[in-house]
Write a protein of this length. Sequence first.
Length: 702
Amino acid sequence: MTEDQLRVYIENQETRARRETVAEEQAKAMHYYLGRPLGTEEEGRSTVISSDVWDVVEGLLPIVLKPFVSSDEVVSFNPVGAEDEEAAKQETDYINFKVTQENDAFEVFMAWAKAGLLQKNGVVKYWWEDSRRVQIETYKGISDDVYTALIADENVHVLQHTEYPGQASIDQATGQQMPGEPTHDFKVRIVNKDGQVKYAVIPPEELLVSSDARSPDPRKSPFLQHRTRKTISALREMGYDVDDDISDAGTGNASFDIQAAARNIDGQQLGDFDGGGDPSMREVWFRESYCLVDYDGDGIAERRLVCMVGTTVLANEEIEEWPFAGWTPYPQLHQFDGRCPADETVEIQDVKSTLWRQSLDNIYTINNNRTFVGNKVNLDDMLDNQIAGIVRVDDSVVGNQAMSMPITPIGQVVQPMIEYLDSAKENRTGFTRYNQGTDANSLNKTATGVRIIAEAGNERVGLVSRCMAEQGMKALMVGIHGLCRRHATKAETIRLRGKWVTIDPRSWQTRHDMTVSVGLGTADKTMQLQAQDSIVKMQAGLTQAGIVSPENIYNAASKYAELTGEKNPDKYFTHPEKMPKKEPPDPMQDPEVMFKAAEVKQKDRALDQHDRELDQADAKLGIESQNAQVDALMRHHELELKTEMHQRDMAAPAATQLQAEQQQHSIGMDVRKQDAAEQGQAHSQTLAEQQAHQQSEQEPTK
């Protein structure tokens, strides 16, 4: 496809995408919302205008918007597996920081919700914006090393520089003169380049959507075009090489669209600015066309972004997605444009305004009625409309000369009609008087009846809020996630949950493995606190059953603190993993254990005493046995001695030898007796020592 063929294709799509009927309905809704004249006013008559469209839109706005602004966590990436837990938590915190901290989330969300409630469709565009910050810094007396390191940065540009030679010095070792280190005075310009996520609501007249679109999601449309007015200077800052005299003729002018005119305070249409003599400030229409077209000729249509001014193509590239997210309160089957509460209320405001005007005109006429007068009435007195004034008449019956025109009051007819129209408005939009408070007649209704009516209206409004969450918010958050993943150039350190965390979006995966939850503050804060309080109480009752862990209790307490508005629950609760580990308790500190230990020790001492008594008895028996053995041996030796003496008498010659043997035997007996006596004495001493030791151990026990 040639560039000319691509331009013709885009122009055909632009023609097919124009929706005059939808534009007229959007302009009319804006007129009624702002309470502008209906065009049926008559001079001298009531011109009051009912504010039904304003009431419904502004009444529904806080209810629809509340789930997205009542919590610091607008979006939550929910893991589908245990391996995704940490990644989901990190990405949730980072995207919420980008959405709420680096952008004016409240202002954009409010405008987005109001656009849907008032203009059928609310569309947000998101993009990555490269920023460029310039700093001028001056340094004096900087050393050579520091100067060299500073200017080595590619973002630093030297504007002024003066080098001063250092003071020479003498080397003490060699005596030679050494040159001094130079210093530098310089001025530099530091250019810091960064980028961040941006998103904004698109006015309806700036967006063209293909007539083939079958979904309120603009990303599913085969053709989209965003038209904006930009100066020649702004285009050059965006990187486009454009001439001062570039023409945008033939592209149409969105400032003359009726939607933009309806939004203006005075309802006037604005023209293009010619720059006021500065060619770089002249405004032209810059068109970003998102096309599904086979430009490369491979037989498969690809997504392309074509940027044009007039017939000049400035850019033509293949892209990943359409950077838009949209929603509609009441989706219509197979249509991009849905319906909104303003559409359902315009007719009611028109009729109510007419009824109010007629009712007020009737009251005015009753209070200042026309009168029939005869020729005998003083016309000057009659024309003087002073309260309780005097009207002079000639000699005649007043009733025959002056008579008021008969008028029928219509209040009893108009009031039921207005009440009926209010009921019809509530049925159409779901926004009832019970959503905003109790009406004057609620005392005549039962509490159950009021609750049923309010809950039925809340269901309708809840469905509208859900449409914004599922159609718009989810697409926006996934789109911002993709922007951070594709355009981040470095890791970033930010403060999350009271801690400084380093996050690198470049390591993220494409968002296919996690589900996305938005609108996390759907319930009323009071209801959420009550529900969380019930969980905490239930945990207290189930702790003894062993199915509640310390981490479960910490999570419940942290959630309760968050619902109260505290952003850092760790100031009040400590995670179980961070608690200091406690030493196991000493069982000997237990009084019962100590008492049982004392009993065991006393029993052990009794057993030891019994063993010692047995040992003493055994020792005593051993001494007596030894003494008996010694006595028996002595008697045996005495008998042997007597026998030997008798034999000596019988054998005299051997007397001398026998005498010698007896002497030797006597010496041996003395030695054995002495040994036995020493052994008995030593054993007795051992028994005495054992008894003394036993008594010393028994004294502390007593």
